[in-house]
Design a protein around this ligand. Structure first.
Ligand code: ASP
Ligand code: MG
Length: 427
């Protein structure tokens, strides 16, 4: 079958800030888009603001008034994407393609009223589909939509363009959502730490979700959740690969480049462990010698949750006489001081304790859906770390993940050793 006889695929292409950082790069993006159009695919493009622009806009808002009105914050920060969308449409037109830019409110991408971190509620896809059917490229602003009740622009939270792209793919029933970024896929771990890290051809939604929330910041967590719910096949690709060195999207050669995030069932050679993630932004708090009586955990964690402080790992150690307990847990490092403050205020309620804390810790996680059916994954992790003399402060597990908290100084050694121990090193 020749290229023209194939049914056309609908492709959503998303380009992040570094991929559209200047006019030259926007023209490079236009070449990637042209490759897909020339191959007969229908294309909607979702763009981020040019690199650094959103940061600048946020800084201006804060300078104007640290206690800004969230609606006006959105009015300001949503503009970055509008610039990129218009510029890309112009670059595409200059190449002889039909193209039109669309902001969130024009489509309209309907969102909740949580300004600054709104959720997408609905995207009517029919109108845009008609444009695609007419051979026009739709260039859509990421990161934003409109809150219909007050008719105001709302943004989705930092990194939200990934979520815009997946939501567009749902609305258009696209065959793939290609997320172009500055790396050429998802790796078994951070290649800057482990040069032997390998690109994963495929990774399941569940694993990607764990990786996304554990510090591998390739995709916004929410975008992966959305992709999982609606089963959107999502690829991570590099826009820095020459546009003509890449093949246009065809379902049969999807694995040739990038990383495809997809359903577990689509992954034939599933590894037990598919990746090692690390997160440096955690801090450890230990309440030493708290009276061990019913309700003490509630009196510690209740006030923290009321203050909106997320607690991650929790370990409780009883003293030999059984009367007192040490309670160790982790919070985001940025929230450590606030957490300590909340605990001091709750002291009358909790009873006597000494408090210790440290932000010099990292959380290392081993991730893989294969853990559900294989024993010994945790034992191997503990043995590997103990062989290197690395002490574990806290452990937490889920069905497809084991995390340990260790001293920050050992982060790289731990990641490297675990990467080899689970057979992930490339030859
Ligand atoms: N420009 C927005 C940000 O920097 C959204 C995005 O790029 O995903 O957070
Ligand atoms: Mg991003």
């Amino acid at each position: 079958m020749d290229g023209n006889a194939r049914p056309m695929a609908t492709v959503v292409m998303k380009f992040g800030g570094t991929s559209v950082a200047n006019i030259e790069r926007i023209q490079n993006v236009a070449c990637h888009v042209k490759r897909e159009v020339d191959a007969g695919n229908k294309v909607a493009v979702v763009v981020s603001a040019m690199a650094g622009v959103t940061n600048q806009l946020v800084a201006w808002v804060k300078d104007a008034n640290p206690l800004y009105d969230a609606r006006e914050y959105d009015a300001v920060v949503a503009t970055g994407e509008q610039v990129t969308a218009g510029l890309l449409a112009i670059a595409l037109q200059a190449m002889g393609l039909k193209a039109r830019s669309w902001t969130g409110w024009q489509i309209p991408i309907e969102t909740s009223a949580a300004h600054g971190s709104a959720r997408i509620l609905d995207i009517p896809g029919a109108a845009i589909k008609k444009h695609l059917d007419d051979g026009e490229v739709a260039v859509v602003t990421g990161f934003q939509g409109i809150e219909p009740k007050e008719n105001r622009v709302a943004t989705l939270g930092r990194g939200g363009s990934d979520t815009s792209a997946v939501a567009m793919a749902v609305a258009l029933q696209a065959d793939v959502c290609d997320i172009y970024t500055d790396v050429d896929g998802v790796y078994t771990t951070d290649p800057r730490i482990v040069p032997k890290a390998r690109r994963l051809a495929k990774v399941s939604y569940e694993e990607m979700l764990e990786m996304a929330s554990l510090g591998s910041k390739v995709l916004q967590t929410r975008s992966v959740e959305l992709a999982m719910v609606y089963k959107v096949r999502t690829r991570v690709l590099s826009s820095f690969v020459a546009p003509d060195a890449m093949k246009p999207f065809r379902i049969e050669n999807i694995e040739d480049i990038g990383t495809t995030v997809c359903d577990e069932e689509e992954i034939v050679e599933q590894q037990v462990v598919s990746g090692i993630a690390y997160a440096k932004d955690e801090a450890k708090v230990t309440l030493v010698k708290v009276d061990d009586k019913p309700g003490v955990a509630a009196r510690i964690f209740g006030p923290l949750s009321e203050a909106n402080i997320n607690v991650d790992m929790i370990v409780q150690n009883i003293t030999p006489d059984g009367r007192q307990t040490d309670m160790t847990f982790t919070v985001q490092a940025a929230e450590l001081n606030r957490a300590l403050d909340v605990l001091k205020k709750a002291k009358a309620d909790i009873g006597h304790f000494d408090i210790r804390s440290s932000a010099d810790v990292v959380k290392i996680s081993v991730i893989g859906v294969g853990m559900r059916s294989h024993a010994g994954v945790a034992a191997k992790m503990f043995k590997t770390l103990s062989d290197k003399g690395i002490n574990i402060h806290a452990i937490s597990t889920s069905e497809i993940k084991i995390s340990v908290l260790i001293d920050a100084a050992y982060a790289e050694l731990a990641v490297r050793s675990l990467h080899s121990a689970y057979g992930l090193d490339s030859e």
